[in-house]
Design a protein around this ligand. Sequence first.
Ligand code: DP6
Length: 344
Amino acid sequence: MAHTSSTVEHTSHGDLAATARAHSNIALAKYWGKRDAALNIPAVGSISITLDALHTDTTVTFRHGLAKDELRLNGSQQDDDHPAMRRVRTVLDLVRERAGTNVHAIVVSDNNFPTGAGLASSASGFAALAVAASAAAGLEVSPRELSILARRGSASASRSLFGGVVELHTGIAADGSDAFAEPLMERAEWPLSVVVAITDAGQKAVSSTEGMSATSATSPFYRAWVDSSETILAQMRDAILAHDLEKVGELSEHSCLTLHSLMLTTRPALIYWNGATMSAIHAVRDLRSSGIPVYFTIDAGPQVKALCRPEDAAAVAVALSTVPGVHETRTSALGPAAGLVATR
Ligand code: DP6
């Protein structure tokens, strides 16, 4: 993690500012449900890959005299009661508490991809916030601590602190001190590609947080999901360390479809897919039948992410872009860890 004084800006007004970039991630073994909602501790562990092509840049400026924290997301000022604002304040409060300050901050955050549409903008967003806010406040924080801090904003964000393949532990400690993410494999060790098929760039109707709370309260399958998670995680870990794409892909599709079964059996039902989502699933399965090792995964939104070898990514992108209802595809390699960026 880059952390040098040159990346923390001291302006003439006495402001302290830092800018961080974090990349989005997608889980191959999914997280859904919390063992502690207040501390945002996931009920199950998860394994993700960080995506190079999707990122958030966030600048945090602590400014004396500011009456409250402010958030400017993709160019528009957010209301104080915006759900993201509450989480931003949670992360900033933790940073202030640690730094022994009560100065408020201006947070300016920009994504290079659609926000809130199942492309994990909260993952890259809160990871970038944790890094930038800690640096601006002058804190020396380990990647593990940053991961725990980012988790308070969004659990998937704890994984975006790291590059390559990443595991987030659910842990057992009541205070969440063992619910952190850590790298499982560096990206250079196993080059992989992800083709994201965007079927609807609009905001999702039910946020992940609301959705998983409803699932744990109402789905008859929720207990089975939690109980089976350790087995899936162990198998996924082994398959990744063995570079076994077929096994990783099979497990990834299983985890995804199990998650969406939970969503479908939530009351009221959570149906994140549209018709093009289903068509894209079939396109991936057809490609596989034709001999290309490619596997799908889908989060709390209608986009389909296809995992494949870099040499097959162009063919996968062409096939997915011709699926009716797919507006756009984005191809990504595995991405790097979050870090500070020099502002001038
Ligand atoms: C389906 O991390 O967005 O993408 O912790 O409540 O902010 P909160 O939820 P979030 O949920 C991600 C759910 C998922 C699966 C995953 O990324 O593991």
